[in-house]
Write a protein that binds this ligand. Structure first.
Ligand code: ZN
Length: 525
């Protein structure tokens, strides 16, 4: 029986991983993420696909592949698939018996370019992931914008309100989740099933069980890997053609780099037929720093700004980086103030993995920043009500700015006009550089805020004189080459990279065949 891999994203660019593995009658997706590059061609934060038109906008614009039978039925409108049948790459995946078109979607980690488009999938398809990955996806859905594009964990089924306009009904439907570490645990069951988080809508339950290790008869194995978000794994699937490996996103220079090295050894032992390998950062690792070095750089800066406010800007789901700033706060006698949505996310991680993730309010150097809201959402009220550490208002910060590190990002800066007397402090930018024009414009906006607040900006990625306070979430080119040679698959399929041709030269003489994917074209392996 033929085995094929079809890449419906992550081809010649970064993100949007949607990798279909088919073996005989079995089908599974490795990740189902958002292609931000393609979305950015048509949309921005304000100009969005219309939820009332369901699947029409993302399908017509080619943001999700034209695979009939794969998506939520409640988002279809009459005539939708007749219209899509002419699109290149169209396939009808519907199964004769009416069951789900694919047997599972295996999520490598909860970055939206890997899991975001799960929102559109038929909600009967089981989602396989780690508990931490599920908790983060759930926290993002609860605390983020309430929209069709963020229904990764529970869906609000739409109904035709007349004239082909879809509106949401009065209940949520939880997706079935299969957790790689075993079932969700008794203590977390209520938390998981109560997806609406204080909402008036009811919720239909679904499986939240242990992953049985097989998808439609194919053995699946997963290993934790080091990346810039908790709960990241790489996979291997045993097909008729042999084992297929998938890296997800990996690095070696974080606190869990040893896990990625162990992953390489495990894959090597399987003698892979094919490896789907990321290649985000192919430059060498000269000048690159790790999380420990960020701490070593941040502490003296905080000491230099004693008595003044420090603001720390880092990826909200980068829990390892949050730990760096928590350590820095402890070492300099400051309190790290979390935004409510970060506190909610850390609490979600604690619910599903209490040993790996302590309760966010259990430390002595942590507080919750009280951003004033006239109408807090249910999850915000819940977070405040359950918070055992100090809740710190803008007035408290203004009175003693040197006592705090405020965790913040561009998206929270509009709360800061409440602060007074904070000029002369420091803004620590601990994020990656801008990758496109839109991000560059955001970075300019951030610089304007920092200057208006009267703070010094440290870590500006475009200022060579400013020390970097960021560690990449991805392996360097040298490390990836070493990884590929160690794993030694028969075939390497370069994905999640702008430079697939880099692999040709890099692996010359290794005996590894490079097969570059084309979007929507199956690779027979
Ligand atoms: Zn990632």
């Amino acid at each position: 029986m033929p085995t094929t891999i079809t890449c419906y994203g992550a081809v010649g660019g970064i993100g949007g991983n949607k990798l279909l593995v088919e073996d005989g009658g079995a089908r599974l997706f490795l990740d189902f993420g958002i292609d931000f590059g393609a979305c950015g061609k048509y949309y921005n934060e304000l100009l969005r696909p219309r939820p009332a038109r369901g699947l029409l906008d993302p399908l017509a614009l080619g943001l999700i592949p034209p695979l009939e039978g794969l998506y939520r039925r409640d988002l279809e409108r009459p005539g939708l698939w007749e219209r899509m049948r002419g699109q290149s790459g169209y396939r009808n995946l519907a199964r004769p018996g009416g069951g789900p078109a694919v047997d599972a979607v295996l999520i490598s980690h909860p970055h939206l370019d890997h899991n975001g488009d799960v929102s559109y999938l038929d909600e009967r398809i089981p989602v396989v992931c780690t508990r931490a990955g599920a908790a983060i996806a759930r926290a993002m859905q609860v605390t983020g914008m309430s929209t069709l594009e963020r229904e990764m964990v529970y869906a609000a089924p739409r109904a035709d309100k007349g004239g082909g306009v879809l509106g949401s009904g009065d209940s949520y439907r939880l997706r079935p989740f299969l957790f790689l570490e075993g079932n969700i645990g008794v203590d977390a069951r209520d938390f998981w099933a109560n997806a609406g988080s204080g909402s008036r809508k009811g919720i239909e339950p679904a499986a939240a069980d242990a992953f049985p290790g097989k998808v439609a008869g194919l053995a699946v194995r997963a290993w934790p890997v080091d990346h810039s978000i908790p709960g990241a794994v790489g996979y291997a699937v045993e097909t008729g053609a042999g084992w297929i490996g998938y890296t997800g996103d990996i690095r070696f220079h974080g606190r869990r780099g040893g896990q990625t090295r162990a992953f390489a050894a495990e894959l090597a032992a399987l003698h892979l037929r094919a490896l789907l390998c990321e290649g985000t950062h192919l430059e060498s690792d000269a000048g690159r720093i790790g999380e420990e070095q960020i701490l070593e750089r941040v502490v003296p800066i905080l000491e230099r700004y004693a008595g003044k406010l420090a603001i720390a800007d880092f990826g909200p789901r980068n829990v390892e980086r949050l730990q760096v700033f928590l350590d820095a706060a402890r070492r300099t006698g400051r309190t790290l103030l979390l935004q409510p949505k970060d506190a909610y996310l850390l609490n979600a991680l604690h619910m599903v993995e209490p040993d790996a993730h302590p309760a966010p309010d259990s430390g002595s150097n942590v507080g919750l920043f009280d951003d004033p809201k006239s109408a807090p959402r249910p999850w915000e009220r819940e977070t405040r009500a359950g918070w055992h550490a100090p809740i710190v208002s803008a007035e408290n910060v203004s009175a003693k700015p040197g006592k705090f590190i405020l965790a913040d990002s561009l998206w929270d800066l509009n709360d800061l006009p409440d602060l007074e007397g904070i000029s002369g402090g420091v803004y620590l930018f601990s994020n990656s550089r801008a990758y496109d024009d839109e991000q560059a414009a955001d970075l300019d906006r951030l610089r304007n805020w920092v200057s208006w607040l009267g703070l010094d900006l440290i870590g500006d990625p475009d200022d060579p004189a400013s020390p970097s306070l960021h560690a990449s979430g991805h392996a360097s080119g040298d490390e990836l080459a070493e990884f590929a040679r160690a794993v030694k698959p028969e075939i390497l399929i370069p994905i999640h990279t702008e430079h697939p041709e880099w692999w040709d030269e890099t692996l010359i003489g290794s005996g590894i065949e490079i097969r570059k994917p084309e979007a929507g074209k199956g690779i027979l392996i």
